[in-house]
Design a protein around this ligand. Structure first.
Ligand code: UD1
Length: 446
């Protein structure tokens, strides 16, 4: 922390100003229409779990389509500290992971607090090593995110799970198959239990399992390693445990949330964008909502084209586990509603705290109110640029989209959140004609 003498800080300030930190922000000038082509990366929410799955075997796993984002770097470090040699080349999107014969078993708080998804090493470690010590996560500011289903499921598989000194400690003298009914189709719990069950003795059934494309992707990689899994993509996964798994090569599924973010931005700006490496079938409900709002969508060989020629109409949206409307696109769809013609009701059913970013959106002039897990948004023709703060990955991306349809300049701060989930966000948007730049700004305290 350094002090700056009077007059050298903010103009016209006679009081001393303290620079607390240099923070990165995005400056967005509103008014541009998104048009052109963009290639979507592999899915963050898949790549992180695929990387963790490499712990289930000894030797070299190769994963392609891994996005150059902060969370991948954190997962690299988690794996290194567990004894893996990890080489990631952002320019090719390939990560090579050499997993040792005898991996370590601890994931520390300094990493887990930065990325909650680190918890996904719990299942593989307890299955492979009979022990896992994973710090209890903090995570995004999007509501309480329990681990009860992860814990109850591991206990059913024969592990003892305790919490001590801020760590979750799971131990097992050999896991065994079991039938597990999840209270809710949790993505993380399904993944952890799946990765534990593939090496457990006997048959495991995970009922009310999550059906997200990223779960199917993980199942496909595990099948490539020699696991026996039936029912991928349905709510009942049946896993026949095997003694060992072998390293494999796998390509991460395209990121449906990144594709959905660009699709929503296209509709908001009345643009015309061709998305490459995008799976329309993974965005069925989201694209149907955009068509109801007035967009046109056309399937293409490796993706789709989306366009909108007039101001979008308001559409109601309800988030639900896949194949329902993804909660990760809820902030973007609220940004869309804020400039649509009419009134939209958005209902959030997955994360209770996910409306927090609406306070930031209202700084841009959005007319949005929340009541419990419902938000009512009255669309306005345009928003009005202002400084706003990204509160999590998806909220940050949504504020950038809002900046595209705001008069003047919108400054989005705390963009490290956006960097956690979107590789080359600024470059992609600039390529589509947006006026956006990244800049370092001093965080000042008067
Ligand atoms: C994953 C995604 C996240 C996405 C979410 C839902 C990653 C890295 N993140 O998060 O982007 O928004 O799926 O699609 O893949 N819950 C419990 N107890 C548990 C587990 C979950 O109460 O043991 C609750 C959570 O608090 C939350 C809901 O279930 O309210 C959904 O959580 P879950 O599906 O597990 O999401 P994540 O895996 O954390």
């Amino acid at each position: 922390m350094s002090s700056v003498s009077p007059g050298r800080g903010r103009a016209n300030s006679l009081r001393p100003t303290t620079i607390v930190a240099i923070v990165e922000s995005f400056l967005v000038s509103g008014g541009a229409r998104l048009a052109g082509e963009v290639t979507v990366t592999g899915a963050k929410n898949s790549a992180l779990k695929l990387m963790a799955a490499s712990l289930l075997t000894t030797g070299r796993t190769a994963i392609s389509g891994v996005p150059a984002i902060l969370d991948v770097r954190i997962m690299e470090e988690v794996l290194r500290r567990l004894g893996c040699a990890v080489q990631y080349r952002p320019e090719t999107g390939v990560v090579l992971i050499d997993s040792p014969q005898d991996p370590g078993t601890a994931a520390d708080y300094d990493l887990v607090r930065r990325m909650r998804a680190s918890i996904c090493v719990l299942g593989p470690l307890v299955a492979r090593c009979g022990e896992a010590r994973v710090a209890l996560p903090g995570g995004d500011a999007i509501g309480s995110r329990g681990l009860d289903m992860h814990i109850a499921g591991l206990q059913k598989l024969g592990a003892t799970v305790d919490s001590e000194h801020g760590f979750l400690l799971a131990r097992a003298g050999g896991l065994h198959g079991a039938t597990i009914w999840l209270d809710f189709p949790s993505v993380g719990a399904t993944e952890n239990l799946l990765m534990a069950a593939v090496l457990a003795k006997g048959t495991t059934v995970i009922d009310n399992a999550a059906r997200e494309p990223e779960i199917v992707d993980l199942c496909e990689m595990l099948l490539g390693m020699g696991a026996q899994i039936a029912g991928a993509g349905t709510s009942t996964l049946v896993i026949e445990g095997v003694d060992t798994l072998a390293p494999t090569m796998h390509a991460a599924v395209p990121d449906r949330i990144v594709a959905g973010t660009y699709a929503i931005g296209t509709v908001m700006t009345q643009g015309d964008v061709r998305l490459r490496n995008a799976r329309m079938d993974h965005l069925d409900i989201a694209l149907d909502k955009l068509v109801t709002a007035g967009a046109g969508v056309e399937e293409k060989p490796d993706g789709f084209r989306i366009w909108c020629d007039a101001r979008p109409r308001a559409v109601d949206v309800v988030t639900l586990p896949y194949p329902g409307f993804p909660t990760d696109l809820q902030p973007a769809v609220i940004a869309l509603a804020s400039v649509s013609d009419g009134v939209a009701m958005i209902t959030e059913n997955v994360f209770e705290g996910r409306f927090m970013f609406i306070d930031e959106l209202t700084r841009l002039g959005a007319d949005a109110r929340t009541d419990g897990h419902h938000a009512v948004v009255r669309g306005r023709p345009r928003l009005s640029g202002a400084p706003v703060r990204a509160t999590d990955i998806r909220a940050g991306a949504a504020l950038v989209l809002a900046g595209l349809v705001a008069d003047g300049v919108t400054q989005v701060t705390e963009v490290h959140h956006i960097d956690r989930g979107y590789a080359g966000f600024v470059e992609d948007l600039r390529g589509l004609g947006a006026q956006i730049m990244r800049e370092d700004v001093p965080d000042l305290l008067d």
